[in-house]
Design a protein around this ligand. Structure first.
Ligand SMILES: [Zn+2]
Length: 286
């Protein structure tokens, strides 16, 4: 499932391609035809993400999309104004003579008004990718829960945008025991988790790739500081076309391999419906 950095990157990509432009909207699949007709030949004003929820302002309406497990919404250039015919599975196509974007397989694709958007956002915890967030709100939820922090991090009403890869990796980076009940987690440990997500997730959005290995995080931060990350970001369409960095993780999908910190064996178990990967030897912090 796409994590929050993917949706934030998608919002930015939609804005770069379409903001301030009149878009043609259609539903080749037919399931969104009536609503697509309301968006057709309207100006796209902007796009934003809250956690894994995408909102796109088009004319007087706001499009709400949640990609769910299998959805995708790549934004592609249309060289010379040539836009290929859409696949019949495309729920919504947005296009101009310069770009087109095809939404396929979303869990949610609907039009909402401002009140409904606020209602959706109210159900979400703070989002490490947004400014002016209140991580204390998440801590309140965590401190009142017997559930493990590894489970709570996956709950979108606690923290918005974190998925399984960030959950496993950030807990390892901060050496926190994922099975620690929320009410036993120290404020320091929560602050360390939040600050690390605020560091890591924007790098994920910039490179459309989850980066957690210390050497890769350093390299990504250097690229961003130098301004050279922009060309990477702008070349991405949202499709998996090969990663900018080698795909490496600390514990994610490394069951049975050595922990990069203590050389003990990485283990896994199902937590919150997804496989949690962690090192029981060095992740002891509460
Ligand atoms: Zn270890």
């Amino acid at each position: 499932m796409p994590e929050g950095h993917t949706i934030h990157a998608l919002a930015a990509r939609l804005e770069r391609a379409f903001s301030g432009r009149v878009v043609a909207a259609s539903s080749p699949q037919g399931r969104f035809a009536a609503d697509a007709a309301r968006l057709d030949r309207q100006e796209l004003h902007g796009a934003r993400a809250h956690g894994k929820h995408l909102f796109v302002d088009i004319g007087p309406a706001t499009l709400h999309v949640h990609l769910g497990l299998i959805g995708s919404f790549p934004v592609r250039p249309a060289p010379g104004g040539h836009v290929p015919a859409p696949l019949p599975t495309v729920r919504l196509r947005l296009e101009t003579d310069a770009h087109y974007a095809d939404l396929r397989g979303p869990m949610t694709c609907t039009l909402v008004d401002a009140a409904r958007e606020r209602e959706i956002v109210r159900t979400l915890g703070p989002d490490p990718l947004r400014r002016r967030q209140h991580p204390d709100r998440a801590l309140q939820r965590i401190a009142n829960s017997r559930k493990g922090i590894g489970e709570l991090l996956m709950d979108q009403s606690v923290v918005a945008g974190v998925g399984n890869v960030y959950r496993c990796e950030v807990l390892h980076r901060q050496a926190i025991d994922p099975l620690t009940p929320g009410r036993d987690l120290s404020t320091d440990a929560w602050t360390a988790l939040w600050d690390d997500l605020v560091l890591l997730m924007p790098l994920g959005a910039t490179f459309s790739q989850i980066l957690t290995m210390p050497d890769q995080v350093e390299a990504a931060r250097r690229l961003r500081r130098s301004g050279r990350a922009r060309s990477v970001t702008e070349s991405l369409t949202g499709e998996r076309l090969g990663d900018h960095f080698e795909r490496r993780f600390l514990v994610y999908k490394r069951t049975g391999l050595d922990c990069p910190r203590c050389a003990a064996t990485v283990q896994d178990r199902a937590v919150a419906g997804r496989t949690l990967y962690w090192c029981p030897t060095c992740q002891l912090r509460h």
